[in-house]
Structures are given as structure tokens and as C-alpha cells.
Design a protein around this ligand. Structure first.
Ligand SMILES: Nc1nc2c(c(=O)[nH]1)N[C@H]1C(S)=C(S)[C@@H](COP(=O)(O)O)O[C@H]1N2
Ligand SMILES: [Mo]
Length: 407
């Protein structure tokens, strides 16, 4: 068999499938990196990669084998995003599916604490358990609306979902290991992707540090929406930091450390920084951590929808970020006039989103639908996006508006 090229370029190039599965031979004889590559070969019928072939293809926009978003009309009306509709984002190809064959055996190293220890998922399950409902949202959700066309996936609204994670609170774990080091200022999680030999881990390792406030409601989670975490969403074990953007929620976590400094990985030092347009990311700029207040309309959700005149339930989703969402207003004239929408369905806590509805009766014409939310902390969803080089944290209500035609 021809040796597989596991260079950085090959590992990071996940679309197209330059190497066909057939030429890879028996999967079991492959190196971990080659297996990861094989797992991202896409099925031409659905364009879904093997590790996500159980997803509902019609509900997703497949940008690449490592980036899939939920269509605006496919979130469902039940608050919790069905797992087969939930977006996927991998910065590098996921590990082999072998790691979820025996989830309880997965191990995590705990460092920067009084009693450093290696624990299995089975061990963690004996320490404590709770569930949190939370929005999981990519930092770049809404990037596709930036006129400056920042590089990266051109997400619209669907690099987000509201899910239930079950696991042990990080605070409970900390009690078990005697508390964190007195010098600790950050919680640093390391992803379990295999790093090809000879490569400096800092160049590709998914390792993120969050400030200690993030610990308060953080979990090491092994379940999502009542099911064992699938590989696509970070199984066997994932760090979740409610209120923080997607990248801070480390999948297949292999190490959790309480550190004096932020991770030296590029993804922390220069990646996910609020760099001014045209400038590279640098440690002096703000790191992308907390999510801002945001909302968008989901029904009618197709731009240029052709609708019949008459009654209509305008619906959408609203999230508060790190503080619960308290109010949403809807406009049908592009933001000139606003009406208060009603929240419907259960309130699943400050980190979940809420569904909202505004009944309308529309005559023939063209309408620009927009929504804007407020949270308990007093933040209001702004009209304008915060310009930045990589197109992070877009919560502009004008960008998320959509125009429909009623006949
Ligand atoms: N280990 C690891 N964790 C990761 C990533 C990754 O590539 N590797 N991607 C991050 C990013 S950028 C996002 S948006 C979320 C996506 O989570 P999901 O794929 O479960 O939707 O996972 C985050 N955690
Ligand atoms: Mo992301």
C-alpha cells in the first residue's frame, strides 16, 4: 500500500477527497491521522462525511467535510435542536471513531490542581452529574453577512443550536482534586485529535483557555440531548462552557488544566482574536470568549419566500449570551417600527435560547423582517456588526433581517 501523506497540508485539506477510500485499503491498518482523513471522505449523494453520515442532509448546508450548518428553516419548533440537524465544526479532522467504541474508558488528565490525576469517563460519572441547556454557537456564525467577506466558512445563521449537555460540573471535579493551583487564572482544555509526528503541536492543536469566570457553570459532558456524545460532537468527553462561543467547548478533551497563562497554541494566541480589519490576530487583542445577545427569524425563513396574503405566525430564536434573554421585538418594515414578540415554550435557563412569535396579518407586498433582543444585563442587540478581521461575533439585527414577498 502506498504510504499516506500525513503532512499538515493533507490533514487540513478535508474537502474534495484527493485520496479515494479505495486507495486507502483496510481502514484498520491505517495510522490515526490517515484514519481521520478517511473519515472525512464524503458520500457524493449527501456530501456528508462518514463520521456525520447519520445527519439529516436536507436540513444542512454542507460547506465542507468539517463544516455543516443548519438551514434557517430547519431548527424545528421544539427549542432543543435535534441532533441530526445540529451544525458541525471541526478545525482539524476528527479522531478515529474507535475512540467512541468504549466511551467509559476514555481518559482525561487533570493538571494545575492540588492533586493532579488521570480519570476515566467511568471515574467522572461517580463524582457528580447535572444537565445544562445551552446554545452552542460558532464564533463565526453570521460571518457570511460581513460585506468585507472575511476568510473562513461563510456561515449564515445555522452554526448554532440549543442542546442539553449532561456531565460532571467542573467545580465538583475541582473539589475532588483538592482545588486549583493558587496561581491559576485560566482553565485550559486540550482536544484529543492525534497530532502528526514531527509537527509542532501549537500549530494545529485545538487548545483553548477561558477565564476563571467560565468555570462557574462548565461541565465535562458525556451526553448530548440524552444520548452518548457522538464523535461528531466531541465524544467520548467534551468540555462545555455555557455562554462562551463554540471553540471554547473542547471536543474529545484529553487534558484539563488550571493555568497561570493562556495556551501557547496558535488557536489561542493569534486565532479567535478581535483583530481590526486587515490586521492579523495577536495576544494583545480581545479573545473570542463570551457570546453577545442575538436573535433571528426562522419562519418564514427563506429569503424571497413567496407567501399568500393573510394570517402568519412570524417566529424566531433569541439568546442572551451569558445573561438570560428578556425581550424580543420584531419589525416587518426593516426596523422602522417594532412590536414586542411573545416568548413561547419552556424557559430552559439563561444559557438556552427562547422561541418567540409575533402573529401578523400581511397584505400583498414586500416586507423586511427583523428581530432584536435584550438580555437581563441590559445589553441590546445592535443594528451594526462589530467589524473585525475574521468576522466573529456577528449579532447585527440588520444583517440577520430577511425580505419576503406576499402575493
Ligand atoms: N477538539 C476540538 N474541539 C473543538 C473543535 C475542534 O476542531 N476540535 N472545534 C471548535 C469549534 S470552532 C466549534 S464552533 C465547536 C463546534 O461544535 P460541534 O461540532 O459539536 O457543533 O467545537 C469546538 N471544539
Ligand atoms: Mo467555531
Amino acid at each position: 500500500m502506498k504510504p499516506i501523506n500525513t503532512s499538515r497540508r493533507t490533514l487540513l485539506t478535508t474537502t474534495g477527497g484527493a485520496i479515494g477510500l479505495a486507495s486507502l485499503g483496510a481502514i484498520s491498518s491505517l495510522t490515526p491521522a490517515a484514519k481521520a482523513l478517511a473519515a472525512t471522505q464524503t458520500d457524493p449523494k449527501t456530501a456528508l462525511p462518514a463520521y456525520a453520515d447519520w445527519k439529516h442532509a436536507d436540513s444542512l448546508i454542507v460547506h465542507s467535510a468539517n463544516t455543516m450548518e443548519t438551514k434557517r428553516t430547519a431548527f424545528g419548533n421544539g427549542i432543543i435542536t435535534p441532533l441530526d440537524r445540529l451544525f458541525i465544526r471541526n478545525n482539524i479532522s476528527p479522531p478515529s471513531a474507535e475512540i467512541v467504541a468504549d466511551p467509559d474508558a476514555w481518559q482525561i488528565q487533570i493538571d494545575g490542581v492540588k492533586d493532579p490525576i488521570t480519570l476515566s469517563v467511568a471515574d467522572l460519572k461517580t463524582l457528580g452529574v447535572t444537565t445544562v441547556a445551552m446554545v452552542l454557537q460558532c464564533s463565526g456564525n453570521g460571518r457570511g453577512f460581513f460585506p468585507s467577506k472575511p476568510s473562513g466558512t461563510q456561515w449564515t445563521v445555522g452554526a448554532a443550536g440549543c442542546v442539553m449537555f449532561t456531565g460532571v460540573p467542573v467545580k465538583t471535579l475541582l473539589e475532588h482534586v483538592g482545588g486549583m493551583d493558587s496561581t491559576a487564572k485560566y482553565m485550559t482544555g486540550t482536544g484529543g485529535e492525534p497530532i502528526p509526528e514531527g509537527l509542532d503541536p501549537n500549530t494545529i492543536q485545538v487548545e483553548r483557555s477561558v477565564p476563571l469566570e467560565g468555570i462557574e457553570d462548565a461541565l465535562l459532558a458525556w451526553e448530548i440531548n440524552g444520548q452518548p456524545l457522538p464523535l461528531a460532537h466531541g465524544g467520548p468527553l467534551r468540555l462545555v462552557v455555557p455562554g462562551y462561543t463554540g471553540v471554547n467547548n473542547i471536543k474529545y478533551i484529553k487534558r484539563l488544566a488550571f493555568t497561570a497563562d493562556q495556551s501557547q497554541a496558535n488557536i489561542q494566541q493569534s486565532g479567535y482574536r478581535m483583530a481590526p480589519q486587515g490586521e492579523k490576530g495577536a495576544p494583545t487583542q480581545a479573545s473570542v470568549w463570551e457570546m453577545p445577545v442575538k436573535s433571528w427569524i426562522t419562519h418564514p425563513g427563506e429569503p424571497d419566500s413567496q407567501l399568500k396574503a393573510g394570517p402568519l405566525q412570524i417566529q424566531g430564536l433569541a439568546m442572551g449570551g451569558t445573561s438570560e434573554v428578556t425581550e424580543v421585538e420584531v419589525s416587518i418594515d426593516g426596523g422602522k417600527n417594532w412590536k414586542k414578540a411573545e416568548f413561547i415554550g419552556p424557559d430552559l435557563g439563561p444559557y438556552a435560547w427562547r422561541q418567540f412569535v409575533l402573529p401578523a396579518d400581511l397584505k400583498a407586498g414586500t416586507y423586511t423582517l427583523a428581530s432584536r433582543a435584550k438580555n437581563k444585563a441590559g445589553d441590546e442587540q445592535p443594528a451594526d456588526r462589530l467589524e473585525n478581521n475574521r468576522g466573529y461575533l456577528n449579532n447585527s439585527w440588520t444583517d440577520h433581517a430577511l425580505t419576503i414577498t406576499v402575493a
